[in-house]
Design a protein around this ligand. Structure first.
Ligand code: SF4
Ligand code: SF4
Ligand code: SF4
Length: 323
């Protein structure tokens, strides 16, 4: 939870706040209006089976290995002090999972000149992130863009997220967030005033099914959706509800319709909704982390089916957006 004293801190103190960042992506165009810089935080309380950013789920840093770029120099095998890398250059992940707490963390990545064995997860201060994102201010100004926080779940590091959003807002940089809605209600109440655009997911309207596919029920999410909607009525945020459409999980007409009915009844201040069709783009990242991809045989929903589902939103007079 965001500590009270942070709410009245000056810029120097906000600058000092630390978070763990998975990646900063410049020139993103799908995470809100205009040209954006997306800051991916690390750590999330959900475990969605379809997650396309599995490297952002754990809070601790992790090592990824992309064999297709490897030049087989074997520096990593020689440098790992814990003998976790075998002849085939694959690592014993049981050993690696403790690596961030060991004496020489991630030594295997030190001399990987092909840059195919790397660490995801770096501690950064708000100041360090700000110094990177501010370089793109001319692009934000020219395009109506800004900075979007994504993840992982930015609200799982609420103090950092609060400090960064306030820093950006006080410098007139447009802000956005992509959030799964599973975080503390009090923290949402504190960050919403510093956000221009909010994308929040309702992954499933049925709590049991939500738990089965994400690891947690949806009660907290639905309460936060209602809270943010209420606040959007006061602060004028652009508020979008997103549904990732996952075949076998939530892609039946009656499931999407139930969610649309909930949104139409409970959310009077939303800007619109977006249905995001399932894709497999994150699959390679699972292998790079030594994990198996849980939805190997799942196929993306057809364009016709997506059209049918979008028709349900229209039926409830919900504006449809595609970023
Ligand atoms: S992550 Fe750590 S334990 Fe695993 S191979 Fe690299 S240095 Fe060794
Ligand atoms: S250090 Fe990098 S390039 Fe060399 S063998 Fe290891 S993973 Fe491959
Ligand atoms: S909420 Fe997002 S980051 Fe977290 S597990 Fe689900 S898809 Fe991945």
């Amino acid at each position: 939870m965001i500590r009270e004293e942070l709410l009245t801190q000056n810029i120097d103190k906000l600058f000092e706040e630390e978070g763990i960042i998975a990646n900063i992506e410049r020139y993103a165009i799908n995470d809100g209006n205009g040209v954006r810089t997306t800051v991916f935080t690390k750590g999330c309380y959900l475990r969605c089976k379809w997650c396309s950013n599995p490297e952002t789920q754990l809070f601790d840093p992790e090592m990824s290995f992309f064999p297709d770029k490897c030049i087989a120099c074997k520096n990593c095998e020689r440098l790992c002090p814990y003998r976790a890398i075998g002849d085939d250059l694959m690592a014993d992940r049981e050993i690696c999972k403790e690596c961030s707490t060991m004496e020489h963390p991630f030594a295997c990545t030190d001399k990987c000149y092909a840059n195919c064995r790397k660490i995801t997860g770096e501690k950064m201060t708000v100041k360090e992130v700000y110094d990177i994102v501010k370089r793109d201010v001319p692009f934000y100004e020219a395009s109506g863009g800004g900075v979007t926080l994504s993840g992982g779940e930015p609200m799982a590091q609420p103090q950092f997220t609060y400090a960064l959003l306030r820093t950006l807002t006080e410098r007139w940089i447009n802000t956005g967030i992509e959030t799964c809605g599973y975080a503390d209600r009090e923290d949402y109440a504190k960050v919403v005033p510093y956000l221009d655009t909010i994308f929040m997911d309702i992954k499933h309207i049925d709590s049991k099914k939500h738990r089965l596919w994400t690891g947690q029920g949806n009660e907290k999410v639905l309460e936060n959706v209602k809270l943010v909607d209420k606040m959007a009525g006061i602060y004028g945020n652009k508020f979008f509800i997103r549904i990732p459409v996952i075949p076998g999980f939530n892609d039946r007409v009656e499931e999407i319709e139930k969610t649309a009915r909930f949104v139409a009844a409970e959310c009077k201040n939303i800007t619109g909704m977006e249905l995001l069709p399932y894709h497999k783009l994150g699959r390679g990242k699972y292998y790079s982390l030594g994990r198996t991809y849980p939805l190997e045989d799942l196929k993306a929903p057809s364009a016709e089916h997506m059209e049918e589902l979008n028709g349900l939103l229209a039926k409830y007079n919900i504006p449809i957006y595609k970023f």
